[in-house]
Design a protein around this ligand. Structure first.
Ligand SMILES: Cc1cc2nc3c(=O)[nH]c(=O)nc-3n(C[C@H](O)[C@H](O)[C@H](O)COP(=O)(O)OP(=O)(O)OC[C@H]3O[C@@H](n4cnc5c(N)ncnc54)[C@H](O)[C@@H]3O)c2cc1C
Length: 394
C-alpha cells in the first residue's frame, strides 16, 4: 500500500491547487482530491474572468496583500502560464457621490494615493469622455487605477493544476470526500466510495462545501448564490480595453461590477447579499435577476441594456461571518486544516493563497495571518467592496 501522503487536500479550486503546488515545491508529498474534472465547472474559481483589484478602501491588510500579489501575477504570466492569463488593463472605480471619506471609492482613493499609487481622478465630465460607454452624468466622480485588471480564472486553475502535477502532486479527479463528523483528530480522508486515504495532515479547501464537510463551521461560514450574466452586444469592439476596462460602479452601495469584453461576451455581476442556499441545491439564477441587471445597465451602460443574454451562472460564495478567509489549523482536531471562506473576494490573492495554506498545513510558526486564524463567530463584518448588510449578531 502506498505510503501516506504528508498532506491530502480536499478540493481543487484556487485554494486547493495553489496550496498543492506550493506544498510540493516545499518538498511535501501531496494528494489532491476533487469530485469533478479540474477545474470543476461549478467551482467558484471556475469562470471566464475574475476582478484583480488593489482597491480595498482603508483595509491595510488586504491592500498590502494585493501590493504583494500583483508582482506575483505578473511573474506567473512570465513563468507559469503558457499565455498571459492575468490581463493588467487597470480598473475603473465609479461613484455616484463625490470621493469622500466613508465610501469604498473615497477611502480607496485616499488610501492608495497615500501609499503612493498613481491614480487618475475623473470628474463627471471626464468619465464618459475617457470611457465613452458610461452614461454621462450618472456618476459624479471616480478614478482609473492602472494597476490590476482581470484574470482568466478557470484557465488559471487549470494551469496551476498542471504545474502541480508536474511538481509531483497526485491529482485525483472524480473522488468526493465524506464529511469530517465529530471532534476527533484527523489522519485520513474517507471517500464516498468508502476508500480511506491516509494523510499526515488533511486540508479542507472545498469552497462552499466546507461547512458541509466540517459541520461545526456552519455558524461561521454561510453559502450564498450570486448571479453572473454574460451579454453579447453584437459589436464587441466598443467594450474592449482600453476604452472599456473592468469596473466597479458604486460597488459598496450597489454591488455592481463587470469586465471588458472577453471570450466573446461582456460579463456583469453583483457583489451583493446573494441568495442563501445549500451547495448541493439547484444552481438557477432567479427570475428577478435579469430585470435588475437590465435596469442597472439602462441607467449606467445604456448601449449594453438590450444586449443578447448569452449565459447566466449562479456562483457560490463561502461567506465567513466577518468577510475574512479561514486558513488555519483546527485548534482541537490535530491533523485538520481549513482553507476556505473566500467570501467573494479571494481569487485575486491566488499567488499568495498557496503560501498561506502551506504555512498552515506545515504548521509554520511564523505565519502571521491573524485575520485568517481559526476563530469562533465574533464581530460580524463585510469585505470593503461588498454591498451587503452586516450579518446579524447571533
Ligand atoms: C460570482 C462570483 C464572482 C467572484 N468574483 C471574484 C472576483 O472578481 N475577484 C476575486 O478576487 N474573487 C472573486 N470571487 C471569489 C473567488 O472566486 C472565491 O473566493 C474563490 O474562487 C474560492 O476558491 P475555493 O478554492 O475556496 O472554492 P472553489 O473554487 O469553489 O473550489 C472548491 C472545490 O472543492 C471541491 N469539493 C467540493 N466538495 C468536495 C468534496 N466533498 N470532496 C472533494 N472536493 C470537494 C469542488 O468541486 C471545488 O472544485 C467570486 C466568486 C463568485 C462566486
Amino acid at each position: 500500500m502506498a505510503s501516506a501522503a504528508d498532506v491530502v487536500i480536499v478540493g481543487g479550486g484556487v485554494f486547493g491547487v495553489a496550496g498543492a503546488l506550493e506544498l510540493a515545491r516545499r518538498g511535501a508529498k501531496v494528494t489532491l482530491l476533487e469530485p469533478g474534472p479540474l477545474p470543476h465547472p461549478d467551482a467558484a474559481s471556475t469562470d471566464i474572468t475574475k476582478l484583480i483589484r488593489l482597491d480595498y478602501a482603508n483595509d491595510d491588510h488586504y491592500t498590502a496583500a494585493m501590493e504583494a500579489a500583483l508582482p506575483l501575477w505578473r511573474r506567473w504570466n512570465a513563468e507559469v502560464f503558457e499565455v498571459p492569463l492575468f490581463h493588467e488593463t487597470g480598473v475603473l472605480v465609479l461613484s455616484s457621490t463625490p470621493l469622500g471619506p466613508g465610501s469604498f471609492e473615497g477611502d480607496s482613493f485616499s488610501a492608495l494615493s497615500a501609499r503612493g499609487h498613481p491614480l487618475e481622478r475623473l470628474d463627471a465630465a471626464a468619465i464618459p469622455r475617457r470611457f465613452p460607454r458610461w452614461a454621462a452624468g450618472r456618476y459624479v466622480e471616480g478614478y482609473y487605477n492602472p494597476q490590476g485588471g482581470f484574470a482568466e480564472s478557470g484557465r488559471v486553475v487549470a494551469a496551476l493544476a498542471a504545474e502541480a502535477r508536474r511538481a509531483g502532486v497526485d491529482l485525483r479527479e472524480g473522488v468526493r470526500a465524506r464529511p469530517f463528523e465529530g471532534d476527533a483528530a484527523v489522519s485520513e480522508v474517507v471517500l464516498e466510495s468508502g476508500e480511506r486515504v491516509a494523510a499526515g495532515t488533511v486540508v479542507v479547501a472545498a469552497g462552499a462545501f466546507t461547512p458541509v464537510l466540517i459541520p461545526e463551521l456552519a455558524d461561521r461560514l454561510a453559502v450564498v448564490g450570486q448571479p453572473v450574466f454574460h451579454f453579447d452586444p453584437g459589436d464587441l469592439a466598443p467594450f474592449a480595453s482600453p476604452a472599456f476596462v473592468p469596473w466597479a460602479a458604486d460597488i459598496g452601495r450597489s454591488g455592481w461590477y463587470g469586465f471588458a469584453s472577453h471570450a466573446g461576451v461582456v460579463k456583469v455581476a453583483n457583489h451583493g447579499v446573494g441568495t442563501p442556499l445549500h451547495p448541493s441545491g439547484p444552481r438557477q439564477v432567479g427570475d428577478d435577476a435579469e430585470p435588475m441587471f437590465r435596469a442597472f445597465l439602462r441607467e449606467s451602460l445604456p448601449s449594453l441594456a438590450d444586449a443578447r443574454r448569452v449565459a447566466t451562472r449562479l456562483c457560490l460564495y463561502c461567506d465567513s461571518f466577518d468577510g475574512d478567509f479561514f486558513i488555519d489549523r483546527h485548534p482541537s482536531r490535530p491533523g485538520l486544516v481549513v482553507a476556505a471562506g473566500g467570501s467573494g473576494h479571494a481569487f485575486k490573492f491566488a499567488p499568495l493563497l498557496g503560501g498561506w495554506l502551506a504555512d498552515a498545513a506545515l504548521d509554520v510558526a511564523s505565519r502571521d495571518n491573524a485575520r485568517f486564524r481559526f476563530r469562533e463567530r465574533g464581530h460580524a463584518a463585510r469585505e470593503a467592496a461588498r454591498h451587503a448588510p452586516v450579518p446579524a449578531q447571533s
